[in-house]
Design a protein around this ligand. Sequence first.
Ligand code: GDP
Ligand code: MN
Length: 380
Amino acid sequence: MDLLEYQGKELFKRFGIPVSEGRVATTPAEARKAAEEIGGAVVVKAQVLTGGRGKAGGVKLADDPADAEQKANDILGLDINGHIVRTLWIESASDIAKEYYLSITFDRGAKKPLFMFTTQGGMEIEEVAAKDPDALVRLHVDALEGYQPWIARRLVYGAGVEDPGEQKQIADIIGKLYRCFVESDAMLTEINPLIVTPDGTVKALDSKFTVDDSALYRHEDVAALRDTSAADPLEALAREKGVTYVKLDGSVGILGNGAGLSMSTVDVVVTAGGKPANFCDLGGGGNAQGVVDALEVITRDAQVKSIFFNIFGGITRCDEVARGVLEAVERMRIELPIVVRLDGTNADEGRRILAEAAPPNLHVEPTMLDAAKRAVELAA
Ligand code: GDP
Ligand code: MN
């Protein structure tokens, strides 16, 4: 489960990692009030579960409460990578002298938590890794040995932090972030940027935080955050309808039956040169109503330009699925192109049903790769 910036910062604060004072706001008036309470200049920040908010215009400085209200008005409702902004975090603005980067991820390959630290913060870490790999210090932690103070020293000296005041504060944050990571059952905690202010204070200006879903049962407070207004509305709708749905950033809507086939469908769309807009799994049943529900979720995403419907009939019968597709197209007046690939149980019957009805936006393809290519073309 991914946490919003302010939720992650709340956990940081609990573990003693320095963050700026702030308030949540959902309307421009609340943003103004928050800015009044905080005092001085503030930053108005979109709370959405996607990166690159700054570049997308979702992070803005405001000089005073009236300005904060205006900036809140600009940011609320923005679409950032398909995520509509409904919640804001208003925090006391910081002066920035330097931007560093610090993270812990769970490295599944090594079966160990992995620290990454660099003084080249502020930009995407993938970019640092590509352009200046030596600037990025990576260090695994042995779970049995646990955290040791030398780990912080190795990271801080390795990245070339020279100021003793910074070294001490960053080492302290590194230790606290490790405790926060382990005790929260996190899979990822990232601070980008970890800033140094002109007076030499180090603090976390952003947070990215993923908690292991399988451990949520022992973090009731974190699990309770799931159903706030921050949840993606499409994912909420999908949960309500019992559809397994994950929003992605591309333009080809994907619908498969079974997690394995749906994941392969995501891969084959990428192979065909496209970008998946979502991952959606109908599950094993795949009755007509299930198809209608899934299509309802997918077609609500404005980024979707074509839909790739990939069904392998086992328990699922292809004729039943074909009826579901036709019913959904008619009932919801779907005009988006839909590419269908059916195989397995009653596939011939399913294809015949589709061919007879033949709505103009429906394209039946014989293989998964052909269908992927077609869907990618139609999304262009
Ligand atoms: P992201 O774009 O989603 O990673 O959002 P961030 O929270 O990292 O903010 C993006 C950028 O906005 C940061 O790298 C900073 O350069 C800038 N920014 C955020 N908060 C402040 C602040 O308090 N003061 C100043 N001067 N800049 C800020
Ligand atoms: Mn950031």
